[in-house]
Every structure is written in C-alpha cells, then in structure tokens.
Design a protein around this ligand. Structure first.
Ligand SMILES: Nc1ncnc2c1ncn2[C@@H]1O[C@H](COP(=O)(O)OP(=O)(O)OP(=O)(O)O)[C@@H](O)[C@H]1O
Length: 257
C-alpha cells in the first residue's frame, strides 16, 4: 500500500534517514520499531507529507505521492495519529470527531461544530458517523466532556477516533500506547485488531513495547541510526543480533538513550 524508495532526509547537517526503502502491505498491521532517534517519526512524517525527503519517492497504492501536500494525502485515505495528541482541548469529544471529518485544513470546523441547529444532510451524516465511532471506541460516557479534561489514554482513543472519521485506508499510529494504563492499552489493541480484521483497515505503528508489537503486528520493520536495519516477524527480529545490539548498545547501532 505504501512504499518508500531510497528515502533520505537531512536536517541541516544531520542525515536523519539514509536511503531507506520499505513496504507497508495492504491489509496488514506493520510495526516500525527501533531505538530512540532511529528515524521512525521522521519516516512517518515523510509518508504523511509533513517532511519533504531530500531524495527518494513515496508511493501510495502505486501512485507517486512525493510531491503531494498532507491534506492531499489525507484525501487519498492516509490518516495518522501523533505521539502527543492533537485534540482541540476546548471542544467536546463529539465535536472533536466531527471537526476531524471536515476538511483536513480545518476550514469547515466552525460550520460543522457550531451550527448544529442548521444541520444539513452532510452534517447529519458526520454527526451519525461521530456517534458511531464514539460508541465503537467505548467513549460514550465522555462524549460531551471537553477533550482537555480527558485522561492521557482517553485522549489517545479520541486521536484514533479523529483518524477514523475520514474513513481512511491506512492509519499511521505514532506511539499510541505510550503512557496509557494496561487496561486501556489492551482495549486499544482490541480496537485496532477489530478495525483491521473486520474492516480491512491497514495500520503502520511505531511502538517501543515489543510485547505489544508482537500482539498486533504480523510484520516488523526495524530502523536504527536512520537506516532500515532488518525486517521480518517479531520473533525473527527479536532474536536478530543486530537488533539486540541496536537496542542494548555496542558497535555501530548503539542505542541513543
Ligand atoms: N525537525 C527536526 N530538526 C532537526 N532534527 C530532527 C528533526 N526531527 C528529527 N530530527 C532528528 O532526526 C533524528 C531522527 O529522529 P526521529 O524523531 O525520527 O527518531 P525516532 O526513531 O522517532 O525517535 P523516538 O523513538 O525517540 O521518537 C534524531 O537525531 C532527531 O534529533
């Protein structure tokens, strides 16, 4: 579904990504792992269009999207969540989801959220979709709560809900599990699996917890120091000496901790 071909990213004198090529297969849940500073978030930014690569191409379902803006990629079915949730903290959970369904640039937010009395058919459909998504994510009890008042884990669920509102083909999840409690983490994994199995939604996720990755991902990409170190099943990469070295130190790929 997504293919990176020979991607390089330079930040001033720092090469954050060095000739990286990989595929994120359609219908799969692919993990992107690696020590701190490996280039994982930068790779997501390249896929989403937030960072322009110095070299290389990004393909989405075979189409070269390297020159497209983030909202154009979103229109084609690419969604992402952020390490730090991007919710509108003064809007309620319901309003946050409805706002996410409008133009990715946010230009319709006020129409959709604040003119509820003059609902047209389109707004009604957005409202129903938001309610259905909230139900699916089991957020009904906080539906009218301001997003800024939610727990860290609930904000992550809202973040996933906002991504789902645009009916994406693929969602990039950037450390969606970080800092949330075990119960919510498990619920989140169930929701991701259900979306993948029942709706065929493709995921690529950055995650530091390898047990979590092994629960969800059939295929794992390992990055270290801006390069693709290896890829394969979780068990295979876990036992790969280069991966162990990258995480636990020594040699070229010493982890940046
Ligand atoms: N906007 C930026 N400007 C300058 N350097 C950057 C920028 N973004 C990332 N970097 C650098 O690029 C390298 C890769 O960073 P990146 O955030 O992609 O790593 P990561 O694998 O996601 O790390 P982590 O697991 O800690 O989030 C790091 O050395 C980082 O300091």
């Amino acid at each position: 579904m997504i293919r990176l071909e020979g991607i390089c990213v330079d930040f001033g004198g720092l090469r954050a990504i060095d000739h990286v090529s990989f595929d994120v297969g359609a219908g799969a849940i692919t993990g992107l792992i690696g020590p701190n500073g490996a280039g994982k978030t930068t790779a997501f930014n390249v896929i989403a269009g937030a960072v322009r690569p110095t070299a290389g191409r990004v393909l989405f379902d075979g189409e070269d999207i390297t020159g497209l803006k983030p909202y154009q990629r979103a229109q084609r079915g690419l969604a992402r969540t952020f390490q730090i949730p991007h919710e509108f903290y003064r809007l309620t959970v319901l309003e946050n989801l409805m706002a996410a369904a409008s133009a990715p640039e946010g230009e319709n937010v006020f129409n959709v959220v604040f003119r509820r009395r003059s609902f047209g058919a389109e707004e009604r459909a957005i409202y129903d979709h938001a309610r259905e998504t909230i139900r699916f994510l089991e957020l009904d009890h906080v539906r009218d709560e301001k997003a800024g008042n939610l727990s860290g884990g609930q904000k992550k669920l809202v973040e996933l809900g906002r991504a789902l509102m645009r009916d994406p083909k693929i969602i990039l999840l950037d450390e969606i599990g970080a800092g949330i409690n075990r119960t919510l983490l498990s619920k989140l994994a169930d929701k991701i699996s259900a979306l993948n199995e029942e709706k065929g939604l493709t995921f690529c996720l950055i995650e530091h917890d390898l047990d979590y990755v092994s629960r969800l991902c059939s295929h794992v990409l390992v990055m270290a120091q801006g390069e693709l170190l290896t890829e394969g099943t979780v068990d295979a990469v876990r036992n790969d000496e280069r991966v162990i070295e990258a995480y636990f130190g020594g040699g070229k790929y010493e982890a940046h901790l």
